[in-house]
Ligand binder design. Structure first.
Ligand code: B12
Ligand code: SF4
Length: 474
């Protein structure tokens, strides 16, 4: 009798050790395409943050980043980790793969959770395949889900989620969680769970340097028409300069020689930016870095300080070479500002990359030509053109949703010359836009490598001839 009582007490929660019995496996279902040489190939920072929070609370956690794995190997690793909870990250482009994984892993866990930008903007699409969708920032929500999984679970208590009541019942949304205000309170991402060797090998063999991502702020107050900010929203929140540089030091210890700042706009707040640069300089921290900027945030003093603090390259979302189109995009910046920002950065010896979009709703063939001609005339070190991607929740999506040509984003086939698909019906055909992209890239390289004399001899006639062809093309 006494033994029975003792054993029932032992089994009760009172006797549980501090280590949780729920084990979590986090999955980034992205597979590197063959012949990949993208300058943006990163481990999943968001999952690194989730893993760090779980670890801080003694929750056993594993991270499976599929980037350098085969699907078979990825599934084997996930199953081998014997998870109670599987959490799968998804963004716009990973939706199909995340759902496929959910089906393959359904029997291998007790709770299947989707999280990330796409589940946040369209939870319903994921709830047909997952038990729970985490809406927004995941650190606190996932931890609470783990605690619930141990205790109940009573999902209705967890803020910031969507789930189906009963078996296939009504969708329930719990109250929103709200943004994490003190970003310094979040532990640094669990970088020891990233395949650092794999990423270093990838970068050093393709580019001769090694880089990894880090994020110093969350949220962006701008309202660009095509941009989806479901997770971090419009409220700009920043970490302190000291906290940022503390994390930079941990990255240096891992042996990387560059950092890619994944902030929506690293240069948004001038005072903050100068503060970070000064902290890097005063602590003698030496590492190269790259970041995303807006063209209206750069001036000479800022650029020089950035360079002094190690900035190697900055990327501007210039988007268009036509001010009317920039207004349609609600970019709140002009072509003139873009040229000036590129020149300012170059004068401070910062390399410049720029992103452009062709075929935006409201564009004419004239404005597309403005964009490719403007882009190729800039002294850029990196240039990319894309077609518009209408992502659910954006004003762009609302405008074209009735004329979507394909329901889902597909990874463009790697062997195609221009790796972009036009996802909606437009008066400017996909073939025409692809032609514009090839024209823009060719003009860019001709200018870059043939310099001004070569440009006058070859580049300019090429520009005129291809503009003529472009207008003829249907
Ligand atoms: C770095 C980055 C990339 C990298 C890769 C990212 C990676 N390895 O994770 C590269 C450059 C390759 C990339 C490519 C693209 N990207 Co991108 N990218 C980003 C960027 C700038 C930062 C991502 C990041 O690290 N965030 C920081 C971490 C901490 O946040 P997080 O990942 O969202 O994670 C948090 C939550 O989402 C949640 N969470 C995330 N996963 C999970 C999983 C679970 C289980 C749970 C519970 C919670 C959870 O918790 C985390 C912590 O709070 C974001 C913008 C942004 N601000 O996030 C765009 C963003 C994610 N990208 C976007 C897009 C559209 C693309 C492209 C389609 C662009 C294009 N036109 O080609 C391509 C897709 C390429 C492909 N083939 O998949 C959109 C996604 C929108 C959407 N609704 O899905 C974003 C939001 C940009 C934007 N504002 O439009 N991108
Ligand atoms: S495109 Fe950049 S500046 Fe515009 S809303 Fe998105 S993150 Fe902000």
């Amino acid at each position: 009798m006494i033994l029975e009582v003792l054993s029932s007490i032992m089994k009760s929660r009172f006797w549980e050790p501090d280590i949780k019995t729920v084990a979590v496996t986090l999955v980034y279902p992205y597979f590197q395409p063959s012949n990949d040489n993208s300058i943006f190939r990163f481990p999943p920072l968001g999952l690194g943050y989730l893993a760090a929070t779980l670890k801080e609370h003694n929750v056993p956690v594993e991270l499976v980043d599929c980037t350098f794995l085969s699907q078979q190997e990825a599934i084997r690793r996930i199953k081998r980790s014997k998870p109670t909870i599987i959490g799968i990250q998804s963004m716009f482009s990973l939706k199909n793969k995340a759902i496929e994984f959910a089906h393959l892993l359904r029997e291998d866990c007790e709770l299947l959770i989707a999280g990330g930008p796409q589940p946040t903007s369209s939870p319903e699409d994921f709830l047909q395949h997952f038990d729970v969708v985490v809406v927004g920032e995941g650190e606190e929500t996932l931890l609470e889900l783990v605690n619930e999984a141990e205790n109940g679970p009573d999902l209705s208590k967890v803020k910031g989620i969507a789930y189906k009541e009963g078996n296939g019942g009504k969708t329930r949304f719990t109250p929103p969680r709200g943004f994490i205000q003190d970003l310094d309170s979040i532990p640094f991402p669990a970088r020891e769970l990233f395949d650092n060797d794999g990423y270093k090998k990838y970068y050093s063999s393709n580019y001769g340097y090694t880089t990894t991502p880090m994020i110093t702020s969350r949220g962006c107050p701008f309202q660009c028409d095509f941009c989806s900010r479901p997770v971090f929203g419009n409220q700009f929140r920043s970490r302190s300069a000291a906290n940022i540089v503390d994390e930079i030091e941990t990255i240096i210890k891992l042996g990387y020689d560059r950092i890619w700042f994944a902030d929506d706009c690293f240069t948004l707040n001038r005072k903050r930016l100068l503060g970070i640069c000064n902290e890097i300089i005063s602590r003698h921290v030496r590492i190269g870095w790259e970041c995303l900027s807006r063209v209206d945030t750069i001036d000479d003093e800022v650029a020089q300080k950035m360079r002094q603090a190690g900035c190697i390259r900055t990327f501007f979302g210039i988007e268009s070479g036509n001010n009317v189109v920039l207004t349609i995009m609600k970019k709140n910046a002009t072509v003139e500002q873009a040229r000036e920002a590129v020149n300012i950065a170059k004068q401070s010896k910062i390399q410049v990359g720029a992103f452009f979009i062709v075929g935006y709703p409201g564009e004419t063939q004239g404005t597309v030509l403005d964009t490719v001609n403007f882009a190729s005339s800039l002294p850029l070190d990196y240039l990319s053109f894309t077609m518009p991607y209408p992502i659910q929740g954006t004003p762009l999506y609302e405008r074209v949703r009735d004329r979507m040509a394909v329901e889902e984003w597909e990874e463009p086939k790697n062997l195609r010359l221009v790796k972009h698909n036009l996802l909606f019906q437009s008066s400017l055909s996909e073939a025409k836009l692809k032609f514009a992209i090839v024209k823009g890239m060719t003009q860019f390289y001709v200018r870059k490598y043939l310099r001004s004399r070569g440009y006058m001899l070859v580049g300019r006639p090429f520009e005129h001839f291809t503009s003529f062809l472009f207008k003829r093309l249907r």
